[in-house]
Structures are given as structure tokens and as C-alpha cells.
Design a protein around this ligand. Structure first.
Ligand code: A3P
Length: 289
């Protein structure tokens, strides 16, 4: 299990996806104020929000005809996950025309400094810890580059003791909490988007300064529904699609958590993020009890 992960600045990452050399090269990224950055702990719904943001970007570009005609489409392609790639990725990204879409699971302190310095806009995605742990457990057991666990109980111990790739859920929340009032950071929860996708998409578009007609709004909402994304997943994510679009709902944790695990999670939540802005945003009393 251990050889699948390596530690960088005290956080574990999968060797298949990340490397210390890439982390060092990342510092050369020149962020821009019109970059659209999506930050979220793994299994919070990154692919869902990614779909929404890329549709919004297409709409924006159509309206502003922002694409440089001299750049061909191949040159526009760069895998959107910031920390996954090769050491040349950031120099190539620096040459891409605006606007760029960037996804990341990193802690704020491990992001290139230019993101904050140049006031890039960050959409911070949160999901309740019980569903994140549940989703992570099923995912890690079906993805060969990630460690697998014989039992849910084994996984739970690892999740609670910071042995996850990309680090601890609670540390993620408490570190990002320092940015919760930043005007360039907007937070959204998986649960609120699930309850009211129309409002969620509207707010996200407004945050990134993208105007939408009613028809465009409906189309973004429809194309990002769990059903549509699952149906298209072979095309968009290949074999990986089946693993990724699992249940797409709230409260599946109730099928896994024991009484004792519930108590441990409740205690950890209170201890690490109780009384914080992001803690409140998650509505723990509603979604985790
Ligand atoms: P479940 O495992 O609970 O089903 P990430 O993209 O960050 O890896 O997160 C994956 C989780 O988001 C999975 O949760 C997945 O089913 C869910 N998801 C993906 N697309 C979704 C959508 N369009 N609507 C709701 N949930 C979605």
C-alpha cells in the first residue's frame, strides 16, 4: 500500500499522478485574474463542478469570441488538474490564451503564490465528511493507482488518521477556512448544489462574471445532472467513468458508518472545524446526523 503514495511537504500523493519535480515546476505558473480555479478535497464533486465550469467557459467564449484565432485547438488542450502532469506543463499553461480552467485538490499553502498575488478567482467546493469518506472508500478500492482496503473499518481508520492521498479532510477545511472571507473565493457545497442546481449555477456564473440567458442556464444545469453525466461518462471519462459516477447523492454514508464511527466523526468535526465559517456552511446537523 505504501509504495503507491509519496510524501511531499508532509502530505501524501499518489506516485502515478504527482511528483516532487512537478510540484517544484508548478511555482512558475503565472496565474491571471480571469483564471477560473476550482478547489476541492478529493471526492467532493470535482468532476461535476468541472463540467459546469467548462460549459460556462464555452458560453463565455462564444459571447466574447475570446479565442485567439492563431492558436489551434490542440495547443489549447492541457489536463485541467493543476498538480497532475509533467514539469513542462506550467510553461505551456503560461502561453495559453485566457480564460483558463484549473482544478486542484491542494491546500492553499501549496498552490503557486501567483494565484493569490494576481487575484485569480477560486471556487471552493465542499462536501460533508461522511459522504466524502464513503465516496473515497469505494473509489480507492476500484482505482489501481490508489491504495485499497480490505474493509471499510480499515479505510475509516486511515481517513481519520491523515493517511489519505492529498492529506486530511479536516486539515483541508481548516486551512481553507482562513480564505473563507476572501473576496476572490466563493464557497459552494455539494449538498446545496444538489438541492438547488439552478441557483448554484447562477451564483457560480455571476462569481466568474459570466452572464447567462435562461436557456443557457437550463442547458448547463441539464448537462451537469448526475444522470446526463453518467450517461455520457464512457465518452468523457472512458472506463474510469463507471468508477467515478457512482451514486451521486447525499447520505450514502448511512450504509457504512457504525455508531462508534459516527461518534468519532462528529467529535473530529467539532474539534477541527466546529465554530468556523466553512464548518457552518456544511450544515453538519442536517447532512451528517
Ligand atoms: P459518490 O461516490 O458519492 O457517488 P469527484 O469528482 O471529486 O471525484 O467526486 C466524485 C463524487 O461526485 C461521486 O460521489 C460522484 O458520483 C459524484 N458526482 C459526480 N457527478 C455528479 C453529478 N453530476 N451530480 C451529483 N454528484 C456527482
Amino acid at each position: 500500500r505504501d509504495e503507491l503514495l509519496f510524501s511531499y511537504k508532509g502530505i501524501l500523493y499518489p506516485v502515478t499522478f504527482c511528483s516532487p519535480e512537478v510540484f517544484k515546476a508548478m511555482e512558475s505558473l503565472e496565474a491571471r485574474s480571469d483564471d477560473m480555479i476550482l478547489a476541492g478535497y478529493p471526492k467532493s464533486g470535482t468532476n461535476w463542478l468541472g463540467q459546469i465550469l467548462s460549459d460556462l467557459l464555452v458560453i463565455f467564449e462564444k459571447k466574447t469570441q475570446n479565442k485567439e484565432s492563431s492558436v489551434n485547438d490542440e495547443e489549447l488542450e492541457e489536463f485541467p488538474y493543476l498538480e497532475i502532469g509533467d514539469t513542462g506543463k506550467y510553461e505551456r499553461m503560461n502561453k495559453l490564451p485566457s480564460r483558463r480552467l484549473i482544478f486542484t485538490h491542494l491546500l492553499p499553502e501549496n498552490l503557486p503564490r501567483s494565484i493569490f498575488k494576481n487575484k485569480a478567482k477560486i471556487l471552493l467546493l465542499l462536501r460533508n465528511p461522511k459522504d466524502v469518506a464513503t465516496s473515497f472508500y469505494h473509489f480507492t478500492n476500484r482505482m489501481s493507482p490508489l491504495p485499497s482496503y480490505e474493509t471499510w473499518d480499515d479505510f475509516f481508520v486511515a481517513f481519520m488518521t491523515k493517511k489519505m492521498p492529498w492529506g486530511s479532510y479536516f486539515e483541508y477545511l481548516s486551512k481553507w477556512n482562513k480564505y473563507a472571507n476572501d473576496e476572490n473565493v466563493m464557497t459552494i457545497t455539494y449538498e446545496e448544489l444538489k438541492e438547488n442546481p439552478v441557483l448554484g449555477v447562477k451564483n457560480i456564473a455571476a462569481f466568474f462574471g459570466i452572464s447567462l440567458t435562461e436557456k443557457e442556464l437550463q442547458s448547463v444545469v441539464e448537462r451537469s445532472s448526475f444522470q446526463s453525466m453518467k450517461k455520457n461518462s464512457q465518452k468523457t471519462h472512458g472506463a474510469f467513468g463507471d468508477v467515478l459516477f457512482r451514486k451521486g447523492g447525499v447520505s450514502d454514508w448511512k450504509n457504512l458508518f457504525s455508531e462508534d464511527q459516527n461518534e468519532k466523526m462528529d467529535k473530529a468535526f467539532e474539534e477541527h472545524v466546529g465554530g468556523t465559517k466553512l464548518g457552518a456552511k456544511l450544515k453538519y446537523e442536517v447532512y451528517c446526523k
